[in-house]
Design a protein around this ligand. Structure first.
Ligand code: PGA
Length: 257
């Protein structure tokens, strides 16, 4: 049985003090769920990591970054290394979010480098894949997700694949209020698990947690958690308020699976 994993992606929101307050609110509102019934991760912007790490001290809620570079250090202006993220207390890093791919030119190859580096430095990558609206309309969802997953996993050993978290985030569902249907989410999550099995074998694939992301709310989380291949959620907008994120964590951890 895979343990549910609910992560909040704050994107470009929250200063250090604001983030610390939100983290305290989340930790209080979810009580003892984190670490016992679900893994709960907060992913603030880099500038709030330190403050949020402080606010989460003594809590089982984990810290994640929104991206990670592949080198330990060096001439990469504007980037943050996996070693730096470890040093500040991160356990997770989002990799390949569609906003990085869409607005900042991140490629499948870069996503692979970031994924490999994260694992190598002991961070759990949350590897995001998902099709754009025109790709779905053209019937290309399977082809696009297959390409993204195969590229992200290239060169990883089965032992490394086991450590990943995957996130299926259809681009058209992000921030739109229009979530995927449960049927569509299961179809793609099932495809991702099949691709994991092809790359790393059935045992490893059975252990990897796959999140759904895109307009997840307290009202729809249970529908996604009930799917056989969905083990959690990557939450954007609804993670910016302690009560809505806590409601998602609570309903997600309690959902029939
Ligand atoms: P959303 O974002 O929940 O606001 O749709 C999800 C994400 O981008 O991870």
């Amino acid at each position: 049985m895979r343990r549910p994993i609910i992560a909040g992606n704050w994107k470009m929101s929250k200063t250090g003090p604001e983030g610390a307050a939100l983290a305290v609110g989340v930790a209080k509102a979810i009580g003892d769920i984190a670490g016992r019934r679900a893994d709960v991760v907060l992913c603030p912007p880099f500038t709030a990591l330190q403050a949020v790490a402080g606010a989460l001290a003594g809590s089982a809620v984990k810290l994640g970054a929104q991206n990670v570079h592949w080198e330990k250090e060096g001439p990469y202006t504007g980037e943050v290394s996996p070693a730096m993220l470890r040093a500040i207390g991160c356990a997770y890093a989002i990799v390949g979010h569609s906003e990085r791919r869409q607005y900042f030119g991140e490629t499948d190859e870069g996503v692979n480098k970031r994924t490999r580096a994260a694992v190598g430095f002991g961070l759990t990558p949350i590897v995001c894949v998902g099709e754009r609206l025109e790709e779905r309309k053209a019937g290309r969802t399977g082809e696009v997700v297959t390409r993204q997953v195969r590229a992200a996993l290239a060169g990883l050993t089965p032992e490394e694949v086991r450590q990943l978290v995957m996130a299926y985030e259809p681009v058209w569902a992000i921030g739109t209020g229009v979530a995927a249907t449960a049927g569509d989410a299961q179809e793609v999550a099932g495809l991702i698990r099949k691709l994991l099995a092809e790359t790393a074998g059935g045992d490893a694939a059975a252990q990897v947690r796959i999140q759904y992301g895109g307009s997840v709310k307290p009202e729809n989380i249970a529908d996604f958690m009930a799917l056989p291949d969905v083990d959690g959620a990557l939450v954007g907008g609804a993670s910016l308020k302690a009560d809505s994120f806590a409601a998602i964590v609570t309903a997600g951890a309690a959902a029939e699976r």
